[in-house]
Ligand binder design. Structure first.
Ligand code: GLA
Length: 684
């Protein structure tokens, strides 16, 4: 992945804008659009994302007139364009002419056109037709002066991540042949001696379609890997066409965070010139800003520490959650600036003007149905001006002394069926530990387990159920070299084939942690246990024996009274901690505080509860973001200049309830930038 230093980032501004869908409006509206965009400070819009049916209304018949006029108009008003390849959703004529391009669910049901993304990701017909469109669009607009970057498809895999049709089955077999070479290797990896599943011919193998009972777990895991690779293949194929024809950087919008687990974005980062992400709050969650921070820190990790682009979020409510809660005054700004704090160098929304028709007509936009005389548009204008005031921090990096290891394969593996407890989910401990760091004012990079951990003071390993030997060894080297690590329960259990690591759990980390677990004791729904240090916990306990580790807390009740629950093992020059139960939030906060103290990690600033603090650094300067999520004013001992107000503070910063300050700091010692900076995580 290229970064800001070698030309991946076009221009010097912090980007501000939205998806712009002029094709939904009569051209008279466009003039008002560009005038309002200028008023709001918009400098980048994503154009043409869902316009395949407009651009190619019939097979091989193209109509670029409207897009020519839209791009010329935007350019005339100084607004840059992130131009879509327009392949996100095929027009209805494609399915009519080639019904085999339609995707199928595991039960065989066809997913028909009428929504969006109704195509089989492995369809050669779809691939051919979509690349013909990319070729046509790129040829026409490669030299258009408005175009600053290219946007491949849209949220690849959002609705069609897994297709079980015959075309996909054939592609899955090809992928498996490539991976295993011979059937014996596949049979061994899938453990097919179990339940009479041995395959004697490649043609017998299918995707894990609806079956009488649990499908083979390794077959499921490989199908998830295959499905991610198939979506990635579309990105790479479109990118190849673009790279032949255009000079601008190429990206696509990832769905890290709220978008779930379908795609292994760590392996995708190599295929984009700059990482872009979409993030939507879970409106029902009053602490949704924690989920936002988690997604942003993960996006930065995928980007190898480089600046990234927030391609979409919402100005207010969305339309697709059960109750689409609107953002309160000021929340739009807090959300946007929290992304910038965590490394975004551009803030875009879905979408510019709220649609009059279609499934998303109740989705918020920069220009609401009620027009520009609204709370939303006023906040949009204020934010545009503020982002201009923050231009000097473009290209700077986020400070993070802590790494959290995250891996989509572990996520896929741990959430397969027939496991000890349905209550063990991948993001549960990840969010709990990240939340504890957030409350402590400490920023973490979320990185792949293969990332070089040198330079991090503390590494957290939540629920890393599946781990490769090399990655387990890397953690051991990190600790032996003086690092501090925490591993949580149900980590290091299986290898990459989902085979148990024998000899006692957690096989991959047993020696590092100085423990050996002989049996899991998951808890009943709602059952709680108490530890002898007063903590409470639920979901999980295990019969753990220390084999060198010091016991820090044991169960006082529950199925395993007296058995250790929290341990610490001095290993080499460092220490490896283990927690064998699901501590409540207060106990997790206390545990994280102990780890931070042991590892010598300090918060970005001492701040009252509910106040988010994050630091960015670059060119010998540093900027402290202070985001007050509470309804009370907050005081911090900070010295510098607030870029948003121009006010100076000398050791006493007051941030009003719900407000944000971005302080160019005076007198903060030069520190490291994000230790992962500049290193794209490798992923096999
Ligand atoms: C996604 C899509 C957009 C739009 C928004 C609505 O992010 O990329 O096209 O549907 O969701 O929230």
């Amino acid at each position: 992945m290229r970064d800001a230093q070698d030309g991946g980032w076009p221009g010097e501004a912090i980007f501000y804008g939205a998806d712009y869908n002029p094709e939904q409006w009569p051209e008279e509206v466009w003039a008002e659009d560009v005038a309002l965009m200028r008023r709001a400070g918009v400098n980048l819009v994503s154009v043409g994302i869902f316009s395949w049916a407009q651009l190619e209304p019939a097979f091989d018949r193209y109509d670029f007139g409207w897009l020519d006029r839209a791009l010329d108009l935007l350019h005339a008003h100084g607004i840059g364009v992130d131009l879509a390849t327009a392949t996100a959703s095929p027009p209805p004529w494609l399915a009519r002419a080639y019904p085999e391009t339609l995707p199928r669910r595991a039960d065989g049901a066809i997913l028909w056109p009428g929504g969006r993304q109704a195509y089989c990701p492995s369809s050669p017909v779809f691939r051919r037709r979509s690349l013909a469109l990319v070729e046509a669009v790129a040829t026409r607009y490669a030299a258009h002066p408005a175009v600053l970057m290219w946007h491949v498809s849209n949220e690849l895999g959002c609705h069609n991540a897994h297709c079980y049709c015959d075309v996909s089955a054939a592609a899955f077999r090809r992928w498996l042949r490539e991976r295993y070479r011979d059937l014996d290797a596949l049979n061994a990896a899938w453990g097919t001696t179990f339940w009479s599943q041995r395959y004697g011919d490649w043609a017998e193998i299918n995707p894990p379609r609806a079956a009488p009972t649990f499908a083979n777990p390794t077959q499921q895991l490989d199908f998830l890997r295959f499905s991610s690779d198939e979506q990635r293949a579309q990105l790479r194929a479109e990118r190849r066409v673009l790279k032949r024809l255009v000079r601008q950087p190429v990206t696509t919008n990832f769905m890290i965070g709220a978008g779930g687990k379908h795609l292994d974005y760590h392996s995708w980062a190599a295929d984009v010139d700059l990482v872009a992400n979409d993030h939507y709050l879970t409106a029902a969650d009053p602490q949704a800003h924690l989920g936002l921070a988690l997604a942003a820190d993960h996006t930065r990790g995928v980007a190898g520490g480089a600046p990234w682009l927030l391609m979409e979020h919402s100005t207010s409510a969305v339309n697709w959650q059960p109750r689409n809660v609107a953002k309160t005054p000021g929340q739009l700004r807090r959300n946007s600036l929290a992304h910038v704090a965590r490394g975004a160098d551009g803030v875009l929304f879905f979408q510019w003007r709220a649609s009059r028709a279609g499934a998303e007509k109740f989705h918020s936009a920069l220009v609401p149905h009620a027009g520009p005389e609204t709370k939303v548009f006023r906040e949009v204008c204020r934010l545009g001006a503020e982002l201009r005031a923050l231009a000097e921090l473009r290209g700077s990096r986020v400070d993070a002394d802590v790494a959290i290891l995250v891996d989509y394969e572990a996520w896929w593996g741990v959430e397969l069926d027939s496991h000890p407890s349905v209550d063990v989910t991948y993001t549960d401990r990840l969010a709990a530990l990240h939340g504890a760091l957030w409350r402590a004012g400490v920023t973490a990079d979320l990185v792949h387990p293969s990332t070089d951990l040198t330079g991090y003071r503390l590494v957290l390993v939540p629920t890393l159920y599946l781990v490769r030997d090399a990655d387990a060894e890397a953690l051991t080297r990190y600790v032996h070299g003086g690092g501090t690590a925490l591993v949580t329960y149900f980590s290091g259990i299986v290898d990459e084939h989902d085979h148990i690591r024998l000899g006692g759990y957690p096989g991959a980390y047993r020696d590092l942690l100085g423990i050996r677990t002989e049996e899991f004791f998951p808890l009943r729904a709602g059952e709680r246990v108490t530890l002898d240090d007063g903590s409470t916990a639920d979901v999980w306990t295990e019969w753990l024996h220390p084999t060198g580790a010091q016991v820090l807390a044991s169960y006082a009740d529950g199925p395993l009274p007296g058995v250790p629950a929290l341990t610490r093992h001095a290993a080499g020059a460092g220490a490896a901690w283990y927690v064998g139960t699901r501590l409540d939030d207060a106990a997790t906060d206390r545990l994280v505080a102990r780890l931070l103290a042991e590892a010598g990690v300090r918060p970005a600033a001492d701040a009252p509860p509910g106040v988010e603090v994050v630091r960015r650094r670059g060119d010998g300067r540093s900027w402290l973001f202070v985001i007050n999520h509470t309804d009370r004013p907050a005081r911090l001992a900070v010295t510098g200049t607030d870029l948003l107000t121009g006010a100076d503070c000398a050791g006493d910063l007051l941030v009003k309830a719900g407000e944000v300050a971005v302080i160019r700091e005076a007198g903060v010692e030069e520190g490291r930038c994000s230790p992962g900076s500049g290193r794209a995580p490798s992923s096999s």
